[in-house]
Design a protein around this ligand. Structure first.
Ligand SMILES: NC(=O)c1ccc[n+]([C@@H]2O[C@H](COP(=O)([O-])OP(=O)(O)OC[C@H]3O[C@@H](n4cnc5c(N)ncnc54)[C@H](OP(=O)(O)O)[C@@H]3O)[C@@H](O)[C@H]2O)c1
Length: 288
């Protein structure tokens, strides 16, 4: 598709954004469907967010993804919040609907889709989530209403406690919380059905780290890894060896992007094209 006077612009804002895989994923999808859209990434520092959002309105930019550290700060600058964002208290997608900026959060929906695709039935199961940062929050809010038991384990216990409190206050869902000692992990994982790593442990360059001792893994425990660089983390390698069902971090990246794409275009996204674009962008990034 040639860029023209009618081309619609979607963009990522955050800091840093240089290594984002989203431009590759969305531009491949626009191209595949012949949509006259383009996706760019803009580094926006926190203190210039207000100016950036005024610019989005003035330039009539069509859609945004929002990443760290702006996902919360952007909320008061928007005209409307979709329920997906108001519950979690964070925005990762914005649609410019006839001049009104509407904020969404597709991370939670993306997590649900990734789990659904892997045929993980959440109904009534016990889930242990490692982490209590932005990703853990989005995932916990999306799955809490379905699961039977939720345990939040985080290095900084107070953050897990705050997340548990918010889940109860906003959704009426109870979650237990704790730290990451071996004893707690062993006790909680023994009868868990799904463990989600929503910490950055295992991420490049510390790719030989995992929070889960391999002897705690097995065929009865599904493992959802949110780290995607590398895609095959130590946790996922150990989980495959132990016969666990595994869901990788690219699945979440893909499905949150798929949901954003639908919001901006109203068109059914080409999921396979988007996954391939992500994989090859990641390969290029790892080579570089
Ligand atoms: N696949 C996807 O699409 C996707 C989307 C979002 C995020 N992610 C990934 O998910 C991870 C978390 O992202 P985020 O946005 O939630 O980041 P965040 O808000 O900064 O939270 C980081 C989390 O990791 C924990 N953590 C960091 N270093 C640790 C260590 N050495 N030991 C134990 N815990 C540690 C933190 O614990 P404390 O609270 O104690 O600091 C916190 O819970 C990142 O690797 C990110 O790339 C993936």
């Amino acid at each position: 598709m040639e860029i023209s006077g009618k081309t619609k612009l979607c963009a990522l804002i955050g800091d840093p954004v240089e290594h984002s895989l989203s431009p590759a994923m969305h531009n491949a999808a626009f191209k595949h469907l012949g949509l006259n859209y383009v996706y760019l990434a803009f580094k926006v520092e926190r203190e210039r967010l207000k100016e950036a959002i005024a610019g989005v309105k003035a330039l009539k930019i069509h859609g945004l993804n929002v990443t760290k550290p702006l996902k919360i700060d952007v909320i008061p600058l928007l005209d409307e919040l979709h329920e997906s964002a108001s519950k979690v208290g964070a925005v990762n997608t914005i649609l410019n609907r006839d001049g009104k900026l509407v904020g969404y959060n597709t991370d939670g929906l993306g997590a649900l889709k990734a789990l659904e695709n892997a045929e993980v039935d959440l109904n009534g199961i016990k889930v242990v989530i490692f982490g209590a940062g932005g990703a853990a929050r989005a995932v916990a809010f999306s799955i809490a209403p379905k699961v039977g038991e939720m345990v939040l384990l985080n290095r900084t216990v107070e953050k897990a406690e705050r997340l548990a409190h918010d889940l109860e206050e906003k959704l009426g869902c109870k979650a237990r919380f704790g730290g990451l000692s071996e004893e707690v992990k062993r006790r909680e994982l023994r009868d868990a059905d799904l463990v989600i790593n929503a910490t950055s442990v295992g991420m490049r360059p510390n790719k030989n780290l995992s929070l889960v001792n391999p002897d705690l893994l097995g065929p009865d425990l599904a493992v959802f890894e949110l780290v995607y660089n590398p895609v095959e983390t130590k946790l996922l390698k150990d989980a495959r060896k132990a016969g666990s069902k595994v869901i990788d971090g690219l699945s979440l990246l893909l499905h949150q992007g798929v949901e954003s794409f639908s919001i901006w275009t109203g068109v059914k996204p080409p999921i396979e094209v988007m996954r391939k674009a992500l994989e090859s962008a990641l390969e290029d990034a790892s080579d570089g």
